[in-house]
Design a protein around this ligand. Structure first.
Ligand code: SF4
Ligand code: SF4
Length: 518
C-alpha cells in the first residue's frame, strides 16, 4: 500500500468513526470527553448529511395565453420593436456618393458610426458615452415612475422570450397541452412538435443574429454575400454567436436570465418608492380568498376566488398575491387574467392592478391619494436627464467638420539653429470630415516674428491639402529669432491657426513654445 493509499484509508476510517459518533455523542453530552476535557454541547449547523445542494433544477414555466389590455399593449410593442430591429438596417439615407447610404451603420472598418444625418467618428466616442448616460437616466426615471415597465414590455429579453413562447404555443398548444406533451413519452407527435419548436427558435435566432450583423456592414451587400457564401468569416462567426445567444437566452433560459443573471432587478429596488406605480394585489380586498359558489354571498369574504389564473399566465412563474417580488417583471399579464375573472364572477376589476403602495395603504382605510408625478427623485432624474441632453445638444451643435491636434516634440524640447534662432517641432494632425478635398494655410499667433516650415511642403505660405473624409499628419517647425526668443519664458503660450483656403473658416489649437527662457 502506498503512503497515499494509507492516508485515504485513515481518512475513511476517521469519517466512518465520525458518522458513527452522533448516538454516542448524544449519550455523553455534558460529560467529559476525557479526564479534564469537557464535551461541548455543539451541533454542526452545516453537517454533511443535512447540507442542501447549491443547485436546484429549474421548474419549467408554461405561461397560459391571456387576453386583455396589457396583453394587447405587449403585442403592439413586440411588433414595433421587432419591426424596428429587423427593418432598420434596410433603411437608406443619402450621404453623397462617397459615403455609405445605410441609415444606421456601425462602420468599424472606417471607425465611424452613422445614425441618419449624424456621423460619429472614433474620436467623438464621447457622444456614445453621453447616449448611454442618457439611456441610464431615462431608465431610472421610468423606474421611479412606473417600476420595471422597461423589463415587462421593451427589454429585448422580454420581447424575444414572448416571441419564443408564442412560437412554442403555435407548435404545442396552450399551457395544459404543453404540460401534457412534456409529461408524455416520446412519440412521433412529440418529436414533431418539440422538434418543430426548437427548429423555429433556431430560425428566429439565425434571423436575429443575421439582422444584427447587418448593422455592421451594408445590409444588401452582406445579404448577397451570405447567399454566395463569400461574406467575411467574421460575419459568419458573429451570426452564429448571436443566433446561439438568442436561442439559448430567449428559448431555453427565459425567466432565469431575469431572475439570476440580470443585475437590474437588484438595482431597481433603490429607485422605487411608495409612489411608484407597481403591479400589486389588493390583499385587503381579495382576502380571505377561496372558491365561490353560484348565488353565494360575497359578504365576509374576499374577492379572490383562488382560481390561480394570475399564476398560470405569469411568465416568471410567481404568485403576485405573495406581494412584491424580485422576479416580477411588471408585465401586468396577471392584471388581464384577474380582470377577466372578476368580470365573469361579477366583481369589480383591478383586484390586481398598477398602483402605488401609498394609495394601497389609503384604500385600506377607504381613502384615495392621487399619483404624485413630481417627487424629489423624479425631479432629480429628470433634471439630470435634461442637463445631459442639453450638453449633448450643445456638443452636437458645435460639432466641427475639421479637427486639428498639435503634439509638440518631447525630445529635444527645442533646438538652436545656426543663426541662433530657437526652433520647436510639432506633429500636426488634421481630420477633414467633409466629402471634398480641402487646403489649409497654417500660421502661428502669440510668438514674436515666428516662422513656420512644413516638412515636404515648400514656399513661404505653404498650403496643406487633405483628401475628402481623411486624416493627414504633417511635421511642422516653428522658429523664433534669437533676440525675440530670449524675451520669452521657458514655456510660452502660442496658438496654431488653420485657415480653410476655400471658405475662410478658421480652426485654432493652443500649444506651448519651449526655449531657454529669459
Ligand atoms: S386571478 Fe384573481 S381571483 Fe384568480 S387567484 Fe388570481 S387574484 Fe385570485
Ligand atoms: S406577477 Fe404579474 S406582473 Fe409580475 S411577472 Fe407575473 S404576470 Fe407579470
Amino acid at each position: 500500500m502506498s503512503c497515499c493509499d494509507a492516508f485515504y484509508a485513515r481518512a475513511l476510517a476517521l469519517e466512518y468513526a465520525m458518522n458513527e459518533m452522533p448516538a454516542a455523542a448524544t449519550a455523553s453530552l455534558g460529560q467529559e470527553a476525557a479526564p479534564g476535557i469537557q464535551r461541548l454541547d455543539v451541533r454542526p449547523v452545516n453537517a454533511k448529511e443535512e447540507r442542501q445542494s447549491l443547485y436546484a433544477a429549474r421548474e419549467p414555466v408554461y405561461p397560459k395565453l391571456v387576453h386583455g389590455k396589457f396583453r394587447r399593449i405587449k403585442w403592439i410593442i413586440m411588433i414595433v420593436t421587432l419591426g424596428i430591429y429587423y427593418g432598420l438596417p434596410w433603411l437608406r439615407w443619402d450621404r453623397g456618393p462617397t459615403l455609405p447610404n445605410q441609415a444606421v451603420l456601425l462602420d468599424f472598418a472606417h471607425q465611424r458610426l452613422y445614425f441618419f444625418g449624424l456621423e460619429i467618428w472614433a474620436q467623438e466616442f464621447y457622444y456614445i458615452t453621453g447616449l448611454l448616460i442618457l439611456s441610464a437616466l431615462a431608465l431610472f426615471l421610468v423606474t421611479a415612475l412606473a417600476g420595471r415597465v422597461w423589463c415587462g414590455y421593451t427589454c429585448p429579453q422580454t420581447v424575444w422570450t414572448d416571441l419564443m413562447i408564442m412560437v412554442e404555443r403555435l407548435w404545442q398548444g396552450d399551457r395544459n397541452a404543453r404540460i401534457k406533451l412534456a409529461k408524455s413519452p416520446w412519440s412521433i407527435n412529440k418529436l414533431w412538435r418539440v422538434g418543430g419548436t426548437h427548429l423555429s427558435w433556431i430560425l428566429i435566432g439565425i434571423l436575429t443574429g443575421g439582422a444584427l450583423v447587418f448593422y455592421f456592414r451594408d445590409a444588401p451587400t452582406l445579404l448577397s454575400e451570405f447567399w454566395r457564401f463569400d461574406a467575411p468569416a467574421i460575419a459568419y462567426i458573429f451570426l452564429a454567436i448571436f443566433a446561439a445567444t438568442t436561442y439559448i437566452l430567449g428559448g431555453l433560459m427565459r425567466e432565469q436570465l431575469c431572475t439570476y443573471m440580470c443585475p437590474w432587478p437588484r438595482i431597481q429596488g433603490a429607485m422605487f418608492d411608495a409612489d411608484s406605480f407597481l403591479v400589486t394585489y389588493r390583499g385587503f380586498r381579495g382576502e380571505p380568498r377561496g372558491p365561490h359558489k353560484k348565488n353565494e354571498s360575497w359578504e365576509g369574504r374576499g374577492d379572490c376566488i383562488d382560481c390561480r389564473q394570475c399564476v398560470a399566465v405569469c411568465p416568471a412563474g410567481i404568485d403576485i398575491r405573495d406581494g412584491a417580488q424580485l422576479e416580477c417583471i411588471q408585465c401586468a399579464l396577471c392584471v388581464d387574467a384577474c380582470d377577466e375573472i372578476m368580470t365573469k364572477v361579477g366583481r369589480p376589476p383591478k383586484l390586481i392592478a398598477y398602483d402605488t403602495f401609498r394609495n394601497l395603504q389609503a384604500e385600506k382605510q377607504g381613502d384615495r391619494v392621487p399619483f404624485r408625478l413630481i417627487r424629489p427623485r423624479t425631479m432629480l432624474y429628470a433634471g439630470l436627464f435634461a442637463i445631459v441632453s442639453c450638453l449633448m445638444l450643445f456638443g452636437l451643435s458645435r460639432k466641427t467638420v475639421l479637427e486639428m491636434n498639435a503634439v509638440p516634440d518631447r525630445n529635444p524640447l527645442f533646438v538652436q539653429t545656426q543663426d541662433g534662432g530657437i526652433r520647436n517641432g510639432f506633429t500636426i494632425r488634421l481630420l477633414n470630415k467633409r466629402q471634398e478635398a480641402r487646403t489649409f494655410a497654417l500660421s502661428v499667433a502669440g510668438l514674436p516674428e515666428a516662422r513656420i516650415s512644413i516638412v515636404g511642403i515648400e514656399g513661404n505660405n505653404p498650403l496643406i491639402e487633405v483628401k475628402p473624409d481623411d486624416v493627414r499628419s504633417v511635421k511642422v517647425y516653428v522658429t523664433v529669432p534669437h533676440d525675440k526668443a530670449m524675451t520669452l519664458p521657458a514655456s510660452a503660450r502660442m496658438t496654431f491657426i488653420l485657415r480653410d483656403s476655400g471658405d475662410g473658416t478658421e480652426t485654432k489649437r493652443d500649444s506651448n513654445f519651449r526655449g531657454p527662457g529669459q
